[in-house]
Structure formats: structure tokens, C-alpha cells
Design a protein around this ligand. Structure first.
Ligand SMILES: Cc1cc2nc3c(=O)[nH]c(=O)nc-3n(C[C@H](O)[C@H](O)[C@H](O)COP(=O)(O)OP(=O)(O)OC[C@H]3O[C@@H](n4cnc5c(N)ncnc54)[C@H](O)[C@@H]3O)c2cc1C
Length: 465
């Protein structure tokens, strides 16, 4: 018994150390291996399969991914009169902003459109959001992410959005750029969903990817994606209840704060803290690399908790970790227009502007886990900027739009546009455009863009730059 526990610990530590050091990995390459303890299961064979499945749903607009972008898109399309289905793989909507444990809206929170206004006013009713202070006087506004999940679901239901939880988007039936059905799989098994317009809000551009539409990822310098972060939470205990929860010899031990990975700590309710721990060099669009990131991230989390409990004697008890690592960048879909960082810096005005960003270029350096950024502090600030509708229309598709962090943008533009406030604005605009395409029986790119802009502004979106 004793021996097998020791072997187990040795195996874990070997795996963790390989990942920590990135052994065998060339500079600028993603870390792909899971850990030393997993053997080689790879084969290079292919199979094909064919089966009949029920055509279970028929909607006007299908939105894949229920993060803040997907929720905003669904609510906006439904308000325009479309019959809307929202597909979410988890048992709760909200994505990064709920299951990811992100609990603050960055950037300007006024003038983001009626969907965002309702989200805020509903959070206010629960006393679950910080008071409004204009941006940039305050650069973020904290909220309770567990309450936000409830606010989102109730808002979707009030708008008559058909919500399917625990349902994963799997594949598309597509011809010449037009998606006729998508294949989803929930607890009932594989089923087909037919819709006239689709909006990819998966963050990793999963719809575009399986449809073989062109996507982009990573930056110009080394191809690495913006780093991920583990979000975890601790509860405060009394000084006389100080504990060290992490057993010795299992995870890497830190003795000095300067050696820790970048760890941001902020209050989480009156008796707790949230911790955000940087995890760099993994690929959120690769199954094995993402698995490795989750494993490595939880190991790092244990090491960080151990450091604060053992070395700094913080009165903390580990509470929980978000069920999914926080992903800043997955795939971005190639759109009719690629929003570039220069557009932000030069405040480029677009005739088809439908959303606005205000936040800084928050581009954490992707190739180390310290508090480092791609740009200097002075280079990170940008004036308010516009996001055009063409950056929300998939170039290779006839009925696929996108919103949120899989918009068509370069990496630095994404580093700002990815925050919740602009994701919600993009979602609202894509929802309005998709519903209008259904009504006019046309491709979103054939719509009268000025008409969409008018509706977006009428629904409270401030596009001023
Ligand atoms: C660590 C971290 C800290 C951050 N801090 C802040 C902050 O303080 N303030 C701020 O404003 N922003 C912050 N952000 C950015 C912001 O949280 C996200 O970029 C934003 O929430 C993205 O919204 P989204 O809807 O585009 O994507 P996501 O929130 O990622 O939502 C995508 C949704 O799609 C679902 N999905 C994916 N694939 C499938 C599939 N195949 N089938 C069905 N469903 C699927 C997912 O489950 C998820 O619900 C942070 C991000 C990270 C990672």
C-alpha cells in the first residue's frame, strides 16, 4: 500500500515537472503532451461512419455557445421576432463569465445595448453588481458570477429562447458555404438541428472549424495564443484555524513570492478571495493540449495555495476551482473584415459599425507565466473603437455569423475586444443581423448595414468614437 502511494506520487511529480520545464518542447511551440504518465495511444488511421439521426429541432436562428456573447445574441434575435435555439455544452449558461469564474465587467458598462442594460439592472435587483462608475475612471465593475448565471437563464426564458443545456455542438451539414443543419449531442444522443442562420459563439470557433471555414489563432510573433488562467477561490478562516492543506512531496513547492506564476488576488464576497493564476503556452483548440493545460493548471493552483498557506500563513481554506480553465483566445474566424489593432489605435470609423470596444489591449505575454505583457504600458491604451458587422460574418460561409472572442480580428485587437462588455455588444448586433437575414431570406452580407446600425443604436448601443 505504502509503495503504491509512493509510486503514484513519483509519477505525478514526473509529469508535473515535465510540464513545468516544458521538456522536449521547442521555443514558441505549444505544450501538447498531457504528462509523463500517459502512454502513446495515437494512431494515424481514419474511419468514416454514417447513421440516421432524428431531426429534432427547426429554428430560425441557432446560436452555438451560451457565453455572454451567445446569451446576448439569443436575446437580441428573439426580440427581433426570430425563433431562437441556444446550444450550451455545460449545465449553466455564461461561459467564462460564470463557469469561468470571471466576476468583473471590464471597460465601459453604460451604452452597451439593451441586453446588457437588462443584465445590469437584473444584477442590481440581486445586489450583485458594483455601482456604476464611468470608464476609465473605473476600469472594471465586479459582479457575483453565480447570480449572473441565474440572471442569464431567466432572461433567456423571458425572451422565449429554446435553451438546450448539457448539449454539445458536434458537426454541420454544409454545402457551398451554407449550413443546413448542425449535429448536436445531449443526453438524448445525437440529433439534428435545422436553422436558417447560425451564430458561432463557442469562443473556439467550433462551428467554423468543423465546417472547414478558415480560422486564425495566435499572434504574429510566435504563433502562441494569449495565455489561459486558472480561476480558483478560497474561504477565510480564523487566525487560530490556520491550516496547510497540500501534502508535502506531491506538487512543486514555492518558497518565494517572486517565483510564483502571475497570481492576481481580489476579494470574492466578504469572507473569501478569488485567485487567477496564469497558465501559458497551451493550445485551447487542441484536445490533448487543453487537457494538459487543465492538469497543469490545477497542479499550479495547489502549489500557489500551498505557498500562501504554508509560507505567508494566510488564513485561507481552499474552496473550489472553476470547472474549466479560463481561455482568453481560441480560434478566431476569418470574416469579411479582419479588425486590426491599427484600426483601434487610429479610431477607424466603419459604415457598418455595430459594436464598440473601450478596454485596453490586455495582451498577456503568451510564452511565460509571469506578469508580462506583449506591449508596454503606454502602448496598451486605445481610444474607444468600433467593431464592424463584417468582422462578425464568416468569410467562407453564407449563413454563419460569429460574436464574442471568436470574432474576426488580429490577436492584439482581440486582446481588447474579448472582454465581456464588447462581447455582449457583438452578440446583440449578430442576433439582430441574423434575425433580419431570416426575415429578408438573405445572406447577412446582403443586408442593408445602415438599417442594422440604426436598430443597434435604437437598442441602446453607443457607437460613438
Ligand atoms: C482568466 C480570464 C479572466 C478574464 N477577466 C475578465 C474581466 O475581468 N473582465 C472582462 O470583462 N473580461 C474578462 N475576461 C474575458 C471574458 O471573460 C471572455 O473573453 C468573455 O466572457 C468571452 O465570452 P464569449 O461568450 O465570447 O465566450 P465564452 O465565455 O468562452 O463562452 C463560450 C460558450 O460556448 C460554449 N461552448 C463551447 N464549445 C461548445 C460546443 N461545442 N457545444 C456547445 N457549447 C459550446 C462554452 O461552454 C461557453 O459557455 C477574462 C477571461 C479570462 C480567460
Amino acid at each position: 500500500m505504502k509503495k503504491s502511494r509512493r509510486q503514484f506520487l513519483t509519477r505525478i511529480t514526473a509529469g508535473a515537472m515535465a510540464l513545468l520545464t516544458g521538456a522536449g518542447q521547442a521555443k514558441g511551440e505549444f505544450i501538447k503532451r498531457q504528462s509523463a504518465e500517459t502512454g502513446n495511444f495515437k494512431t494515424s488511421k481514419e474511419i468514416s461512419w454514417n447513421r440516421s439521426i432524428p431531426m429534432r429541432y427547426d429554428a430560425d436562428v441557432a446560436i452555438i455557445g451560451g457565453g455572454i456573447a451567445g446569451v446576448s445574441a439569443a436575446c437580441a434575435a428573439a426580440k427581433s421576432g426570430a425563433r431562437v435555439i441556444l446550444i450550451e455544452r455545460f449545465g449553466v449558461v455564461g461561459g467564462n463569465s460564470t463557469t469561468g469564474g470571471v466576476a468583473s465587467f471590464c471597460g465601459e458598462t453604460a451604452g452597451q445595448g439593451e441586453v446588457f442594460d437588462i443584465i445590469i439592472s437584473d444584477l442590481e435587483k440581486f445586489k450583485a453588481v458594483a455601482p456604476y462608475v464611468p470608464y476609465p475612471e473605473a476600469d472594471h465593475r465586479n459582479f457575483d458570477h453565480e447570480i449572473l448565471a441565474v440572471v442569464f437563464q431567466e432572461l433567456l426564458l423571458r425572451r422565449n429562447v429554446k435553451l438546450l443545456l448539457h448539449t454539445r455542438f458536434v458537426d454541420v451539414v454544409e454545402q457551398d458555404g451554407k449550413i443546413s443543419e448542425c449535429i448536436i449531442c445531449g443526453k438524448s444522443g445525437p440529433e439534428a438541428l435545422r436553422a436558417k442562420q447560425f451564430i458561432d459563439c463557442t469562443g473556439e470557433a467550433e462551428v467554423a472549424h468543423v465546417a472547414r471555414f478558415r480560422t486564425m489563432k495566435g499572434g504574429d510573433q510566435n504563433g502562441l495564443q494569449l495565455p489561459m488562467s486558472v480561476m480558483c477561490f478560497v474561504r477565510h478562516v480564523e487566525e487560530n484555524e490556520l491550516i496547510e492543506q497540500v501534502p508535502e512531496g506531491v506538487f512543486k513547492r514555492y518558497e518565494k513570492r517572486k517565483d510564483l506564476p502571475m497570481t492576481s488576488i481580489w476579494p470574492n464576497g466578504p469572507h473569501g478571495n478569488a485567485l487567477k493564476i496564469k497558465v501559458a503556452k497551451f493550445d485551447a483548440t487542441d484536445t490533448e493540449s487543453l487537457t494538459a493545460a487543465e492538469i497543469y493548471g490545477r497542479r499550479q493552483m495547489m502549489s500557489v495555495i500551498d505557498y500562501y498557506q504554508r509560507v505567508e500563513k494566510r488564513p485561507w481554506r481552499f474552496d473550489h476551482c472553476s470547472p474549466q480553465i479560463g481561455i482568453r483566445e481560441g480560434r478566431r474566424i476569418l470574416g469579411d473584415y479582419v479588425l486590426k489593432v491599427e484600426d483601434l489605435r487610429k479610431t477607424r470609423k466603419f459604415d457598418d459599425a455595430v459594436a464598440r470596444g473601450t478596454y485596453v489591449l490586455d495582451a498577456h505575454k503568451p510564452d511565460d507565466d509571469k506578469r508580462t505583457y506583449i506591449l508596454s504600458k503606454a502602448e496598451r491604451t486605445v481610444p474607444p473603437y468600433q467593431i464592424p458587422l463584417r468582422s462578425l460574418i464568416a468569410k467562407d460561409g453564407k449563413n454563419l455569423m460569429m460574436a464574442g472572442r471568436c470574432l474576426s480580428a488580429d490577436q492584439l485587437a482581440l486582446s481588447s475586444a474579448r472582454v465581456t462588455t464588447s462581447c455582449s455588444m457583438m452578440g446583440q448586433a449578430a442576433g439582430i443581423a441574423a434575425a433580419m437575414s431570416v426575415e429578408n431570406k438573405c445572406d447577412p452580407r446582403d443586408l442593408d448595414f445602415s438599417e442594422i446600425r440604426k436598430i443597434v443604436e435604437k437598442r441602446g448601443a453607443n457607437l460613438d468614437v
